[in-house]
Design a protein around this ligand. Structure first.
Ligand code: GDP
Length: 279
């Protein structure tokens, strides 16, 4: 009787299980679709098909070993391993610049949620626990991709920073971990993660200076900028150099970790562990 009762209680009390989400962002071509496919199917022997630029948001359901996420691998069959699985959604968003606003809008609340596109949970609202911002470390090496990649990242971080101030009464919004996944490190032309980090920080600093200058030119006073909780100044202090560490003040914890989805590179294990520790 007990299992039947439990089943009954479960099916009436919680018609849908709402899983937490990890939002996957980044410019087109960074490898978001490839990563989603890799996590969903495990390592592929066949080379990944070149994907079209996706126009829609898609979620996949993934499981991670909740006993010890740090030891888990996306290659482990959790059922076979007899492990307790923690489930979450990986939500791949369209990277096309024209469609970014909708990705950003989802982060713009104290308790960011996303409507799952899974049929199985009735499109329930899922809590966003972390953001993975994927970049193409090979494209960043020749510099052309740096301004547009940093521009997108700037908007993501600024949205999260502004969200920090949209507190509900005295409760600060939950902290938001951000992983900058430096992809394609299998290519010898790719920048190592440390350089991806410093190049992005330098470019974010340039964008910050340019935007604040734009505001000054448009008549917004220096005092307004300094007071500007709602301003466009990314990061805490007014220091010349931008660093990701400045985002800690707003409970936005940024890590830059290198990896690869295809080819003979460092693989995606570190990213998987990072995600597992945050869902
Ligand atoms: P998205 O637009 O961010 O979804 O990017 P895709 O997943 O469509 O990937 C863009 C291209 O990069 C595809 O041709 C992928 O095969 C390729 N790609 C993805 N990850 C890697 C990687 O780690 N190394 C290399 N060399 N190519 C990759």
């Amino acid at each position: 009787l007990a299992p039947i009762l439990l089943h009954f209680l479960y099916s009436t009390a919680t018609p849908y299980t709402t899983l937490p989400s990890v939002l996957l962002l980044g410019p087109p071509g960074a490898g978001k679709t490839a990563l989603t496919t890799l996590f969903e199917r495990g390592p592929l022997d066949l080379p990944l098909a070149k994907t079209h630029t996706s126009q829609v948001t898609s979620s996949i359901e993934l499981s991670i070993n909740s006993d010890d996420p740090s030891s888990a691998s996306y290659k482990t069959n959790l059922d076979e391993a007899g492990a307790t699985a923690k489930k979450f959604l990986l939500v791949d968003t369209p990277g096309h610049p024209k469609l970014r606003a909708s990705s950003l809008a989802r982060l713009n609340s104290a308790e960011p949620t996303i409507k799952s596109s899974l049929v199985s949970d009735g499109g329930a609202k899922s809590k966003i626990k972390a953001v993975v911002f994927m970049v193409d470390a090979a494209a960043l090496a020749d510099g052309d991709a740096l301004p547009s990649t940093a521009e997108y990242l700037y908007d993501v971080l600024l949205t999260l920073q502004k969200r920090f101030h949209s507190r509900n009464g005295s409760r600060a919004p939950a902290s938001m971990p951000v992983l900058v996944a430096a992809n394609k490190l299998d290519l010898f032309t790719a920048l190592p993660a440390a350089l991806v980090k410093s190049n992005l920080e330098a470019e974010l600093g340039r964008i910050r200076a340019a935007r604040s200058k734009g505001l000054l030119d448009s008549g917004v006073g220096q005092d307004d900028l300094a007071a500007g909780e709602e301003g466009d100044w990314l990061g805490g202090d007014g220091s010349e150099k931008f660093s990701f560490a400045q985002m800690m003040e707003f409970d936005v914890d940024v890590d830059v970790i290198g990896g690869s989805v295809t080819g003979d590179g460092p693989g995606a294990e570190k990213w998987w562990k990072w995600i597992g520790e945050r869902v």
